[in-house]
Design a protein around this ligand. Structure first.
Ligand SMILES: NC(=O)c1ccc[n+]([C@@H]2O[C@H](COP(=O)([O-])OP(=O)(O)OC[C@H]3O[C@@H](n4cnc5c(N)ncnc54)[C@H](O)[C@@H]3O)[C@@H](O)[C@H]2O)c1
Length: 382
């Protein structure tokens, strides 16, 4: 059994606590560590870092973590902890990653890797120069629904794949009339790194690149549908960034993708995100976990008749992809892969440059919206 010391920053936040600490690191510890290709095991030994000593101490004690601190510099100067992880605020990420890399740490972080492309590229460059291992969370690729889509694609189910329609979102309460908002208020403030374009387009970049074709151009329209909200302290504030984005993407191979992302939409679909993929030989619709298919030979022939109510139940005409393999939590799978990459040099493709591509798409999406036109995506280089 080997040990890997991980400095975890931002574990008092939603993602840091739920997905990274509890569902990933604590779960990996409970299962006896990560198994390497040679059968050896690696046990993560985290030290939790946060600003508020009481909060961090309470989390550490609740989850049986022996080490915590409010002193990031001291944590970074301990050579026994070789990995730095950040899931705190987006705006501080690039500077924190740079500090950690310059202290000789391997780094892993939440998306986006930075709040601007320049910063994202600078961090990727520093990581390359220092020769450390690095990675960014690309959790959607590990969702069972999207893994099933990948399997359909690899099996040739779609034939020639030509279109992708994504619908993401749900209603985020405004914070008044007795219903607290279910997203932190920073999401709606420009100065705090908010906006759904930066938040979601960096996800859509890796989903599109990895599953359907490299993104070559974007046309993007944002909107602030709810201009005023109420924060965690009950104070009214102006939402000065977009809370919905309607974006079209041109991918390699002539594939056209359109994805609506919104925090102002009421859900009437199978899941909080759904992707419909159409090809010459078949179509599929995936949510977070389930995936339904319709092959060319099973395609019904609906009739347009405004004089009669619809007789077909379209939802019943699809066949479900079975759960033939177990699907673990995606954040945990990616953590295990990263630990294998650091400990045993196992292959890894979710590097900081991949994260920079996401920031690039977000920036060019904002540019497309501002200028009201299609924008091409240039190749990125460090
Ligand atoms: N992969 C995903 O699906 C996904 C989903 C949501 C958020 N995220 C990303 O995770 C990150 C955190 O988002 P969240 O929704 O958990 O937010 P959150 O507000 O719940 O948590 C933010 C964390 O940052 C810390 N923090 C805030 N300001 C700080 C400061 N000035 N100094 C030090 N620490 C500070 C907070 O204490 C908290 O631990 C963001 O970068 C966001 O883009 C990713």
């Amino acid at each position: 059994m080997h040990r890997i010391g991980i400095i975890m920053n931002g574990v008092t936040g939603r993602m840091g606590l739920n997905q990274h600490l509890v569902r990933s690191i604590v779960a990996i510890r409970d299962q006896g560590g990560v198994v390497l290709a040679d059968g050896e095991r690696v046990m993560p030994d985290p030290i939790l870092v946060g600003r508020n000593a009481d909060k961090v101490a309470a989390i550490a004690s609740q989850y049986g973590i022996g080490r915590w601190t409010t002193d990031l510099d001291a944590a970074l100067s301990n050579p026994a902890d070789t990995v730095f992880f950040d899931a705190a605020t987006t705006q501080m990420r690039a500077a924190l990653l740079t500090r950690a890399i310059e202290s000789g740490k391997h780094v892993y972080c939440e998306k986006p890797v930075a709040d601007s492309l320049d910063k994202a590229l600078a961090v990727a460059r520093t990581a390359k120069e220092r020769g450390i291992k690095h990675g960014v969370v690309q959790d959607k690729l590990f969702l069972p629904g999207l893994r099933k889509l990948r399997m359909l694609r690899d099996s040739g189910f779609f034939g020639r794949l030509f279109a992708v329609r994504g619908e993401f979102g749900y209603w985020v309460f405004e914070g008044d009339w007795g219903q607290p908002a279910q997203r932190p208020s920073w999401n709606y403030k420009k100065t705090e790194g908010g906006g759904i374009i930066l938040d979601m387009l960096c996800h859509w970049r890796y989903v599109l690149d990895h599953l359907f074709g490299q993104v070559r151009a974007v046309s993007c329209l944002g909107a602030t549908h709810i201009p005023e909200r109420v924060d965690e302290q009950g104070r009214r504030y102006k939402a000065d960034v977009e809370d919905a984005v309607y974006a079209t993407f041109q991918l390699d191979g002539g594939v056209i993708a359109h994805i609506n992302s919104s925090w102002c939409v009421r859900v009437r679909r199978d899941d909080l995100v759904t992707f419909q993929v159409d090809g010459t030989h078949g179509s599929a619709v995936a949510g977070l976990t389930r995936c339904l298919t319709q092959a060319r030979v099973n395609t019904p022939r609906p009739v347009w008749n405004p004089d009669e109510p619809q007789t077909m139940n379209f939802f019943a005409q699809w066949a479900e992809v079975p759960d033939n393999v177990p699907y673990d939590n995606g954040f945990k799978i990616q953590w295990e892969d990263f630990i294998r990459h650091v400990a045993a040099d196992a292959p890894w493709k979710h590097e900081l440059m991949e994260g920079a591509k996401g920031v690039q798409l977000a920036e060019l999406g904002l540019k497309s919206w501002a200028e009201g036109r299609w924008v091409d995506l240039p190749e990125l280089k460090v």
